[in-house]
Ligand binder design. Sequence first.
Ligand code: HAM
Length: 427
Amino acid sequence: MSTKTKFQAIKGTRDLLPPETALWNRVEQTAREVFDTFGYGEIRLPIFEATDLFARSIGLETDVVSKEMYTFEDRDETSVSLRPEVTASTCRAYIEHNMQQLPQPVKLYCIGPMFRRERPQKGRYRQFYQINAEILGGPDAPAIDAEVIEMVMTFFERLELQGVQLDINSIGDRNCRPKYVELLRAELLKVKDKLGADSQRRIETNPLRVLDSKLEHEQPIIEKLPQIGDHLCKDCAEHYAAVKHELELRGVKYRENWRLVRGLDYYMRTTFEITARGLGSQNAVCGGGRYDGLVELLGGPPTKGIGFAIGEDRLILSLQESGKAPAAQGRDVYIAWMGENARATAIRAAKNLRNAGFTVELPPVEQKFGKALGQADKLGAKYALILGDNEVSSGEWTLKKLATSEQTKLTEAKLLEYLRKARGVSS
Ligand code: HAM
């Protein structure tokens, strides 16, 4: 490779730059605040795990495990994979740290990057970010399902996310789902010739996934298929009815969508997805559901579980589309200094102003006043603090308000008070 090669971020990965990162931080901060009010604590998990952890949890036949994981042999020849999600890792950690001994349920959230080798497009990346929350242990009370959903809806409301639509479904459990899947398979075989290649393959591997199809010509066929809601066992039907009731008690508006099956194998009973405005075809900003039995499958005690993951990239896109992007970071004060005497004063002023929470730009080398003021303007500074020999010797500093060119003479002692008042913060 020549030394002139220009490196670029790898396909499906991206650099997140300011000022956009300010929006990412605001979103994450809001998540932390809202989740905290529901009693969740943060868990930070490794970026890679044993490949088997994901294969066993998410399922060998799923797209995520069969096609999309970044897998490599580690030095000791164990197979490891970059995490495509964190539900499996959270369950692994729950078992590893004996969290079943803590007061139940345990409520955990995790924010960070995930990796899936998908075809990149708007809202779909190979490195993307999730805000993930899980409740593990305790009962499978429908109020828990409803509260998890209430929490994510509260979070979206707080962010003023536009066009939020919650879809819910129940996909049954070990009792009733296998019978429904067989019925679905039998019905799909009858119409196999009319389906596309993907759906034909899924009749064998995972007939439920046919319901996910977005192919237009398959829609009328799918609409006539038997619906899971009519085939739930008594316990699942009661659980689902109670979840809806609990949502209504909380004033959470939902739409029932019998085709919402989700793409990961660990789900049972409640599944849900949330879409938002401005996202095109990749419009799911959140997906989740109940996964009782996953902890047991991974070698832990019988444990109930439910959670969700928000696609942070998509959430940010939707917020930007509706004009919620922050402006470029401004500066409160640009210090235009000239002369050796002024340099020391400028350093002291910068320190004091920064300690008081103001954003200050202190040019590293001396500039002519004209150039300094031009630079202050470009950076969107509110004020230029002018410090030259005269100011330093007289102790009278000049503060120029850049929007109006209005100048104020101040002593060092009065500067902070003045700026605080101007910002509307009492000193
Ligand atoms: P998931 O539906 O695979 O569920 O992903 C959740 C969300 O992550 C999606 O709705 C989407 O917003 C975002 N997402 C997924 N793939 C991409 C991608 N390639 N680019 C951008 N965003 C993406 C899970 O991951 C489950 N672990 C959720 C869960 C937690 N269920 C229970 N607990």
